[in-house]
Design a protein around this ligand. Structure first.
Ligand SMILES: Nc1nc2c(ncn2[C@@H]2O[C@H](COP(=O)(O)OP(=O)(O)OP(=O)(O)O)[C@@H](O)[C@H]2O)c(=O)[nH]1
Ligand SMILES: [Mg+2]
Length: 368
């Protein structure tokens, strides 16, 4: 038996360990579990024949003792649970592709209106003048990738052509530049939204930030040309308040005031990029997530409607970039936007996630 299990383990990418709820936890289950714990591959524990939902918790409880993070009760009679199990299994294949591509290379797109100072910033980040800077708006026509290795981390900065407001797109070059900015956002991990501090926030800036948010990218809002902004000791707070107001849908965005010309605070960008990269690739263990969830619910109970209360059975993280959490609930309709916001805040309090959006997916699981 051991030989067969070993061979199956060797050949697999993800292991689904199936136990039978009707038999209870057997010695054989324990033996296999101890073999599997030594294996460095994702393991999904499938508790089969969980046909009675009312007794589910009592019936499945003992299997948690095996110490696996991903536990999926499944019933072939009720045809339930299999979809979630498969989602989990496929998430490992997606994650694997992501990790191979991205673990050692952070891609950062610098996007903003023409003349905001994007190319100047790339030069400063590099410590040399590699891309062309000019007073003439629209100098950079094609996205240019520049690689930098710093402290063993590879950064690819994507310098883009200035982005105009979508609504005023008229000539072909402008349309072209908009879509190329979108492509740059698609292939990056983090977007630096560059605002020309001497001109203030424009509609174009808002539309870029919106795109980055929709696509779940890390976001840094860099207010540039801070050297020529007329300022006193309140200006920075006033500007920050305006940004928070304009970009209220992304309170997680990092904000930094820089000068790409003098280099002021440009190095801080590397710190912010590294932190965001850590946050957007963070994987939180299911057990810890559920502790935070239970605690959040105990402080502020779930919403109810017409006498029926929302129940959240548990939460598990299914993806990174952005960190994505699946909440298993009794009835999706009972969830309020404001309650999701509350949970998001609690997760942020517990785990940080500065600079990155996080995503919640609701899944219904019938009680009986
Ligand atoms: N005072 C000041 N000038 C800056 C700063 N950053 C850039 N500039 C100037 O702004 C002008 C435009 O800079 P670029 O770096 O070419 O701007 P860009 O965003 O790449 O522009 P496009 O490629 O045309 O979209 C140049 O004259 C720069 O010297 C800054 O922090 N302070
Ligand atoms: Mg440029």
């Amino acid at each position: 038996m051991k030989q067969q299990v070993d061979m199956a383990i060797d050949l697999s990418d993800v292991i689904i360990f199936v136990v039978n709820c009707k038999d209870g936890l057997t010695d054989l289950d324990k033996d296999i579990a101890s073999l599997l714990r030594k294996v460095n591959k994702p393991i999904v524990l499938c508790i089969n024949k969980v046909d009675n939902f009312k007794k589910q918790e009592a019936d499945t409880f003992e299997f948690y003792e095996l110490g696996f993070d991903n536990v999926y009760p499944v019933s072939s009679v009720n045809k339930s649970g299999v979809g979630d199990l498969l989602d989990k299994v496929t998430s490992y294949f997606e994650a694997k592709d992501d990790e191979i591509e991205d673990s050692s290379n952070i891609k950062i797109a610098i996007i903003g209106k023409p003349n905001a100072g994007k190319s100047s910033l790339v030069n400063k980040l590099l410590g040399e003048e590699r891309v062309i800077v000019s007073d003439i708006a629209g100098t950079t026509r094609d996205a240019i990738d520049t690689e930098v290795i710093k402290d063993n981390i590879k950064y690819t900065f994507i310098d883009t052509a200035g982005l105009r407001k979508k609504s005023t797109l008229k000539d072909e070059i402008e349309i072209y530049s908009y879509f190329r900015s979108e492509i740059a956002i698609d292939r990056c991990d983090i977007v630096i939204v560059m605002i020309d501090g001497s001109e203030g926030i424009t509609k174009g800036d808002a539309s870029i930030a919106g795109l980055a948010h929709e696509k779940g990218k890390g976001v840094i809002i860099a207010v540039n040309k801070w050297d020529i902004v007329d300022k006193d000791d309140k200006t920075i707070y006033e500007f920050t308040r305006k940004i928070k107001e304009e970009f209220a849908y992304m309170p997680y965005a990092e904000i930094v005031f820089i000068s790409a010309k003098t280099g002021k605070r440009v190095d801080e960008l590397y710190d912010k990029i590294n932190i965001i990269n850590q946050n957007q690739t963070l994987r939180v263990q299911t057990g810890v997530l559920n502790e935070v969830l239970i605690n959040a619910i105990s402080l502020n109970d779930t919403p109810q409607d017409k006498g029926k209360r929302l129940k959240i059975f548990y939460v598990t993280q299914t993806d990174i970039k952005p960190p994505t959490f699946v909440l298993f609930v009794n009835d999706i309709e009972l969830m309020h936007f404001s309650y999701l916001r509350y949970l998001e805040n609690k997760f942020r309090e517990a785990f940080g996630f500065n600079g990155t959006s996080i995503k919640f997916i609701l899944r219904e699981r019938k009680e009986s």
